[in-house]
Ligand binder design. Structure first.
Ligand SMILES: CC(C)(COP(=O)(O)OP(=O)(O)OC[C@H]1O[C@@H](n2cnc3c(N)ncnc32)[C@H](O)[C@@H]1OP(=O)(O)O)[C@@H](O)C(=O)NCCC(=O)NCCS
Length: 405
């Protein structure tokens, strides 16, 4: 059950140019930070649920009854999220412009979703988890978000990144070809699985590899490979704040089309996202770029920690040559990690002058090679020392071959 402005979502996620919509607030000119500033999400009362669902019914024929949405929201208030433009938002009179509804499903509910036995129009409450209960799967039940408020969908999904929901896969049923394209850029892919069952007609956002939130007691600083949409949103927020706001970099230069062909690192301090970096790979060398640390965290060694993690990851992948463009004023940052300025080539982009720097190092002694166990090769990026979910799945043996045909 989906009705939203597809073109806007696509442009948000891909960073593509808007050629057909030079509107003042077109999304291709807005950062996630700005989007978050322009939209709000909130729970609403029964009357508002009814009016939002009535409005959606014009676009989504066959939408389930107002009463059903209300019953599910009474059972678990985390199921219905109204979305509004911030400038129309009035705390004294909560009224949404659209909504996103989910079904947090129990183990049996998720099994039934995948094998097709769950009645998603009139779901039985026994298959829906309570508010304080960790669900086994989250089903995107209905979306009605037209125009720029469609950009708030990632904000709603981010609600499901709290410890209670972290690592729980999110499922959706694309009703139209358009619906399929909407959620894909957010991290959904065709085909869904749970507990050995597979549903080719559903989409799934696989969050099973999400790391548990680090206990702050140990090292307050962490640098991790970005593995989820939530973490990518944090990277985009940091880069929006630093490159676009501080350095006045135009959106299309900062989000240059290379973000989906890269590894991203996210640095947290005391659980707060503070820095990031992007790595792209070429034959013979890896390129480190978009190093950024939030203003208030600078001067405390965070960039050094991010660079160390990037170098370590590249060495484990088998690279010994790392290349970067250093803003001239930050050459010392790179030199602090052994990078050396190359030749005399200089370049200018996005209003700053750059020099080429290079680190010649050694591959990691346990760097990945073709001789490695194939189960090591399918482990999550950067976690090659720890058994991954796919090798655990091998214990189930081959039991789905007939279904998959
Ligand atoms: C560049 C940036 C990432 C540095 O972050 P940071 O967390 O303050 O850096 P660190 O504290 O880890 O410093 C790492 C090293 O660089 C040095 N350094 C940091 N900022 C420096 C500066 N402005 N000038 C000279 N040296 C600097 C530090 O002294 C340290 O050296 P050391 O390990 O020998 O003591 C941060 O200033 C930033 O985000 N700038 C805006 C984004 C940007 O333009 N990035 C482009 C990088 S090419």
């Amino acid at each position: 059950m989906t009705a939203l402005d597809l073109s806007l979502i696509r442009k948000t996620a891909s960073g593509r140019t808007s050629q057909d919509r030079p509107a003042t607030f077109s999304l291709d000119r807005m950062t996630t930070l700005q989007l978050a500033k322009r939209t709000v999400i909130f729970n609403v009362d029964a009357a508002s649920i009814a009016s939002l669902v009535d409005a959606a019914r014009e676009d989504i024929p066959g939408l389930t009854s107002n009463q059903m949405f209300q019953t599910v929201a009474n059972h678990n208030p985390d199921t219905f999220w109204a979305i509004a433009k911030r400038d129309r938002f009035n705390i004294a009179c909560l009224k949404g412009d659209g909504f996103l509804a989910v079904l947090p499903l129990t183990h049996e509910g998720t099994r039934r979703l995948i094998d097709g036995r769950l009645n998603t129009k009139m779901p039985e409450l026994c298959y829906i988890a309570r508010q304080s209960e960790r669900p086994a799967g989250i089903y995107v039940w209905a979306i009605h978000a037209k125009g720029t408020i469609a950009a708030a969908i990632p904000l709603v999904l981010q609600k499901f990144s709290t410890p209670l929901y972290r690592g729980v896969n999110i499922y959706s049923r694309p009703v139209t070809k358009g619906g399929l394209r909407v959620l894909e850029p957010l991290g959904f892919s065709p085909g869904a699985h749970y507990d050995g069952l597979f549903a080719p007609n559903l989409q799934m956002f696989d969050r099973s590899g999400d790391v548990p939130i680090q206990p702050a007691a140990r090292d307050p600083v962490t640098v991790e490979v970005v593995r989820s949409m939530d973490e990518m949103a944090r990277v985009i927020a940091i880069r929006g704040a630093i490159y676009m706001a501080e350095q006045r970099c135009p959106f299309e230069e900062e989000f240059d089309g290379n973000d989906f062909s890269a590894t991203h690192l996210i640095c947290h301090k005391d659980g707060e996202p503070v820095g990031c970096m992007r790595i792209r790979y070429f034959a013979g060398f890896a390129k480190l770029e978009r190093l950024a640390v939030r203003h208030e965290g600078r001067g405390g060694g965070l960039a050094g920690r991010i660079l160390d993690a990037a170098v370590d990851l590249c060495r484990k992948k088998g690279y010994s040559v790392l290349y970067a463009h250093s803003q001239k004023r930050y050459l010392k940052v790179w030199e602090s990690r052994g990078f050396k300025q190359m030749g005399g080539r200089e370049l200018v982009f996005s209003d700053f002058d750059y020099v080429e720097v290079k680190l010649e190092t050694e591959k990691h002694p346990q760097s990945i090679t073709l001789d490695d166990d194939p189960y090591v090769l399918i482990r999550p990026e950067g976690r090659w020392d720890t058994p991954g979910i796919l090798e655990r799945s091998a214990s189930r043996g081959v039991c789905n071959s007939a279904d998959a045909r």
